[in-house]
Design a protein. Structure first.
Length: 307
């Protein structure tokens, strides 16, 4: 647990600084009266509750790690290990770390949400195993989507999107392949830009823009989708979201292709070829099979536009 008075003062200070009500800050995770007791040092806040409250205010827990007691610090480290293993594609290591975390952690709403979220990411990581049958991959995909739906329902209302979101909550929404509307994506976009630090914006915004642009393209709004892609690419500077560059470049290529040669001028044709090359290089660097799909586009454009 955090020191009750230190944490309460920190939360109250940031909340008042950002002019956020108690009801808005704690919606879906605890009652306003419980948050009030936390802020006044009358109640303790478990690790995940404290972390979610702070993240909804755009504050990273890293700044407050020194306030953690030994047990909470160990859980905090386990969470980092799980995410790092998943990002590195180490399914076995991630599975073992998640099992250890699930055994040591509590069973409240936020702990349950985090475990479901990590299991969904782990199932999708297992889907990359080429030895699995198509049927097994399909089952894993369905299980992952179900876990994400259950995780979202724990703290995120299906209606009423004027709310604050922690990093796990945003991760859950962006990982879902179904059930997220353009309106919800637009709200997430606005929230991240308004509340999160520059580092967090760079981490999340390109992925938000990729999902938003793809949704716009599905509605036939290709020009608008291209503009959103440009916004996503513009924030990538320090490399935290560099993994999304190839997807953003390739989606822009596909959108320009859909618009047709008649609306693509010579200068745009050169840019299109450049983006194909960038997407191809990045996919090849990561060993992503999409590289071959991009290569086919590159060849077709070379023949069609002589670029």
């Amino acid at each position: 647990m955090f020191g009750k008075y230190e944490l309460g003062n920190i939360i109250r200070g940031y909340r008042q600084q950002k002019n956020v009500s108690q009801a808005d800050l704690c919606r879906g995770i605890c009652s306003p009266s419980h948050l009030s007791r936390i802020e006044h040092g009358e109640a303790e806040a478990p690790l995940l509750l404290a972390q979610t409250l702070l993240e909804r205010l755009g504050v990273g827990l890293d700044r407050l790690v020194l306030l953690l007691e030994e047990g909470d610090y160990k859980l905090y480290q386990q969470r980092r290990e799980i995410i790092q293993a998943i990002r590195a594609g180490r399914a076995g290591m991630a599975g073992r770390a998640l099992a250890a975390y699930e055994e040591a952690a509590g069973n409240d709403k936020l702990e349950n949400q985090y475990v479901k979220y990590c299991k969904a990411k782990l199932w999708r990581l297992h889907m990359q195993d080429s030895s699995l049958s198509w049927e097994r991959r399909e089952r894993l995909a369905q299980e992952a989507e179900q876990l994400l739906e259950e995780a979202a329902a724990l703290t995120i209302p299906g209606e009423g999107w004027n709310m604050l979101l922690g990093r796990t909550e945003i991760g859950i929404l962006l990982a879902q392949t179904e059930g997220i509307s353009l309106k919800k994506l637009k709200y997430i976009q606005h929230f991240v830009k308004s509340y999160y630090s520059k580092g967090w914006v760079e981490e999340y915004y390109p992925k938000i823009q990729l999902k938003y642009a793809a949704a716009l393209a599905g509605k036939g709004k290709c020009r608008k989708a291209l503009a959103e892609i440009e916004e996503g690419l513009a924030v990538i500077k320090a490399g935290k979201s560099y993994c999304y560059c190839a997807d953003l470049y390739f989606l822009s290529v596909q959108l320009l292709e859909r618009l047709g040669k008649g609306t693509v001028q010579a200068k745009e044709q050169e840019e299109l070829a450049r983006r194909c090359q960038q997407a191809y290089s990045l996919y090849t660097l990561d060993g992503n099979p999409k590289a071959w799909e991009v290569e086919r586009h590159m060849q077709r454009y070379k023949e069609k536009w002589k670029v």
